[in-house]
Design a protein around this ligand. Structure first.
Ligand code: CTP
Length: 406
């Protein structure tokens, strides 16, 4: 069990460009995710980063020359054939030209020629070089042949010029790799995810809310998109960037979230309510900032609609898989099971908010995934991305049953 990158063999080709330094961080991230990472440094790359740094981060000796003692006469074939994904970052004008024109004159170009794995190219160079028609022609040719190309970012480049040519950030490349390695088992499925907190304003500057960071909901949206689903993410205020390929609908209050959810619900195959919704809102919202000397100040609250419960009612007429969350500080499973029945859910993800490394704000979580009329899966402590995939695995099973009909 693990994320899509875990236990995958990833070969990373590094060329001689200044952005090579950024790849060290990517190697760290890939190794942390559980990938087995083999690195091929071109001769020029060794002028920018060292074999020692690569080995320290991947725990494996990088390959540099076809003819050094680490290589056998078949290393290029073995590496090419055993890889699940082949990444070249930074991909210089030189390597793009070589691959596009079938030149295999060193270890990297020979190994990429021998691979049958998906190849992801991350071009990075001076903007005039990148926009050169020869480079652009080579990129078009490579895309047409099925190579994946991550567009470089635009901005200030190391040489002082401004324009396209920046290597994407390591986290973005990791996301692209996760997407390429994810099974596309949710293709054709429409998935609605809610995330983050809601805010209930009492006056223009004060609100009732909770510490939800939105990380679990965003991880679910990202994982579903990687698995090929069409994803609509309805999010309360967070500091997170929406995952690539996901339609983001921003809301603030619970009432806004309800309207946005209900507008999309009937067209959805899966609805996952990971948002930490405010149960109450101030009965009266002051138009101007409440002054300190307003006394006595007693704030009356009224109950917000329970969006999940409304969805549970809608589910009686419409076929979708409904997943709720239960944030509990005691009697985790019993309380979650009650919510599952009361709100007519298919799955409930129970979260013990008192447990260390779980719940609000952190990158990890530990949950119990309870599927109606089926067992309970304890996730153990994992990254929220991994937990998202576990939840989707369960949902995927139910989706099969839903589409089979009675
Ligand atoms: N939820 C919702 N609308 C609300 C409150 C909660 O849609 N007004 C959803 C949450 O998104 C979550 C689930 O209901 O998926 C459970 O939320 P939780 O806060 O654990 O439980 P509540 O139903 O609010 O019950 P209680 O606070 O009494 O535990």
């Amino acid at each position: 069990m693990g994320g899509p990158v875990s236990q995958k063999h990833i070969v990373v080709g590094v060329c001689g460009g200044i952005a090579a330094y950024k790849v060290l961080e990517l190697l760290r991230l890939l190794t942390k995710e559980g990938a087995v990472v083999d690195v091929i440094l071109t001769k020029n790359a060794t002028n920018f980063i060292t074999a020692l740094s690569v080995e320290a981060l991947t725990h494996r000796r990088p390959y540099i020359s076809m003819f050094d003692p680490l290589c056998s006469p078949y290393t290029h074939i073995e590496l090419g054939q055993s890889s699940d994904l082949f990444l070249i970052a930074p991909a210089t004008a030189n390597i793009l030209g070589k691959i596009a024109n079938g030149i295999a004159d060193d270890l990297l170009s020979t190994t990429v020629m021998a691979t049958t794995a998906p190849v992801l190219l991350c071009p990075s160079m001076n903007e005039k070089m990148f926009l050169n028609p020869i480079v652009q022609h080579n990129l078009s040719k490579l895309k047409a042949m099925g190579y994946y190309v991550m567009e470089p970012g635009s901005g200030e480049l190391a040489c002082g010029a401004t324009g396209p040519g920046r290597l994407p950030e390591p986290q973005e490349i990791l996301e692209e790799i996760s997407s390429l390695l994810s099974p596309k088992d949710l293709k054709g499925v429409r998935c609605l995810v809610t995330a983050g907190p809601t805010r209930e304003f009492a006056d223009p500057v004060r609100f009732i809310s909770n510490p939800s960071s939105g990380k679990m909901g965003y991880a679910l949206a990202r994982a579903a998109a990687h698995r090929g689903a069409e994803v609509i993410l309805i999010s309360g205020p967070t500091h997170l960037s929406p995952p690539k390929g996901v339609k983001l609908v921003k809301v603030i209050s619970t009432l806004q979230m309800r309207d946005a959810v209900m507008a999309e619900a009937r067209r959805s195959d899966i609805i996952i309510k990971a948002a930490a919704v405010s149960d109450f809102r101030p009965k009266m919202k002051f138009e101007h900032k409440i002054k300190k000397d307003t006394s006595p100040l007693i704030m009356e609250l009224e109950e917000n609609p329970d969006i999940l419960r409304e969805l549970g009612e809608l589910k009686r007429e419409h076929n979708f898989i409904l997943v709720g969350f239960a944030a509990e500080s005691q009697d985790l499973v019993a309380n979650a099971q009650k919510k599952l029945l009361k709100k007519n859910l298919d799955v409930i993800v129970a979260n013990d908010i008192k447990m260390e490394g779980a719940g609000f704000g952190v990158d990890t979580n530990q949950v119990k995934i309870i599927v109606k009329d089926q067992g309970i899966l304890d996730s153990g402590l994992r990254s929220k991305d991994e937990i998202a995939h576990l939840i989707l695995d369960k949902v995927k099973g139910l989706l099969g049953e839903l589409h089979k009909g009675p």
